[in-house]
Design a protein around this ligand. Sequence first.
Ligand SMILES: [Zn+2]
Length: 121
Amino acid sequence: MRREGFCCLLPHASWLNVMNIRKNDSVMVVAGRERGKTGKILRVIPDKDAAVVERVNLVKRHSRARGPQQPGGIVEKEAMIHLSNLMVMCDKCNAPVRVGKKISPAGEKTRICRRCGDPLE
Ligand SMILES: [Zn+2]
């Protein structure tokens, strides 16, 4: 199991985005073909600044049968989507919001909604 989140020792351009979006977040697509759709983050791909979102950016894959358990046919599968097209949904605001960061006295980083200030965890 790979650790999500704090994956890079060296900060680079995508660091902020990778920090702000995590697996199991609810997000809205704010740009591109799938704009307006919401879904849950299934996977984050930090190397590509992208994520896979449940039921968003579906592509049809034609697969060959691999035995009785896996019949062939057309399978719909989520393709990854660039993080810049995504915004985290805040439950309280019921809207896509920008994510802020708060550091507790204990030094723990918490993600907060920039609109209402509530923690997103
Ligand atoms: Zn909020």
